[in-house]
Design a protein around this ligand. Structure first.
Ligand code: DIR
Ligand code: MN
Ligand code: MN
Length: 301
């Protein structure tokens, strides 16, 4: 997507202390650093799709990197960057561990095909490349031929939707995808949404969960520094509850945290609030409880 600054997300999230905070709560953490991507020249639009060659080749590298980390058996965190990284992240995750459940927390469905997309931005399309059911609708794109669809529509749940394009809405209905839009969040409350999400995903077999968390799922009053903010989002508390609940399933296997863009904040406070929320959501994914935590070897002094 064309709004610069989102590439600074990962280093800002690190600078806010993610690694040390995870270690303080008992996690063993290895930072694999930022991936280096090949420079692509003359990346002209293909149809409407922008930067297909660069995004295709970057995601191939990401998929290989995620596969390697998952094969070592670790839970993997991908810091974005925009949401097009979910292509490589989910692809690599699935290549290493097999079938997945995907929980997509976002204001947007990111399920446009290259042909339904009105913007041509690939961050609005990642799920279309990954779903088995949509493959006949995906045209050939340069540097996308390595992608093997690896997610079934029945294994995908959306939470937080409130800005869905007509083509996306058609696809969601056609494939019968489980959606908890902000209306359902309002109606049911996040605790029931999470219970229903986990019941739905583990109805037959319990698959490893891939959580793809777009920071724009949270209300822009809390996380304004993002490329496509949409009013009426999740509260901070609802956003954190989602991570706590998924952590407690014991099935969380990989997490994407995407679309933090410091250049989209109007003030330093905007950026700070967005980044620290991203950190807190990640801490929630790895066992942080708001009631407090202590390690099993804690002894009263
Ligand atoms: C829009 C916006 N549906 C698109 N998508 C965004 O460009 O396809 N996704 N902002 O995060
Ligand atoms: Mn997104
Ligand atoms: Mn979004």
């Amino acid at each position: 997507q064309p709004r610069g600054g989102v590439e600074r997300g990962p280093d800002l999230i690190r600078a806010a202390g993610l690694l040390n905070k995870l270690r303080e709560q008992g996690c063993t953490v290895k930072d694999y650093g930022n991936l280096a991507f090949e420079e692509v020249v003359d990346d002209e639009p293909v149809g409407r799709v922008k930067c297909a060659r660069a995004v295709g080749s970057a995601n191939k590298r990401l998929s290989d990197a995620v596969q390697a980390v998952k094969r070592e058996g670790h839970t993997t965190v991908m810091l974005g960057g925009d949401h097009s990284l979910a292509i490589g992240s989910i692809h690599g995750h699935s290549a290493a561990v097999g079938e997945l459940s995907v929980v997509w927390v976002d204001a947007h469905a990111d399920i446009n095909t290259p042909l339904t997309s009105s913007t041509g931005n690939i961050h609005g399309q990642p799920m279309s490349y990954l779903l088995h059911e949509l493959q006949s609708k995906i045209p050939v794109l340069p540097n996308f031929s390595w992608i093997k669809p690896c997610v079934s529509a029945k294994d995908l749940v959306y939470i937080g939707l409130r800005d869905v394009d007509p083509g996306e809405h058609y696809i969601l209905k056609l494939l019968g995808v489980k959606v908890f839009s902000m209306s359902e969040v309002d109606h049911l409350g996040v605790p029931r949404v999470m219970e229903e999400t986990c019941d739905y995903l583990s109805a037959k077999v319990k698959k490893p969960i891939h959580l793809s968390y777009d920071i724009d799922a949270i209300d822009p009053s809390v996380t304004p520094a993002t490329g496509t903010p949409v009013v009426g989002g999740l509260t901070y508390r609802e956003g954190v509850y989602i991570t706590e609940h998924l952590c407690q399933t014991g099935l969380l296997s990989a997490v994407d945290m995407v679309e933090v863009n410091p250049l989209r904040g109007r003030t330093e406070d905007d950026v700070q609030s967005t980044v620290s929320t991203a950190v807190d959501l990640l801490l929630g994914c790895f066992g942080r409880l708001r009631e407090g935590n202590h390690s099993s070897d804690y002894r009263l002094p």
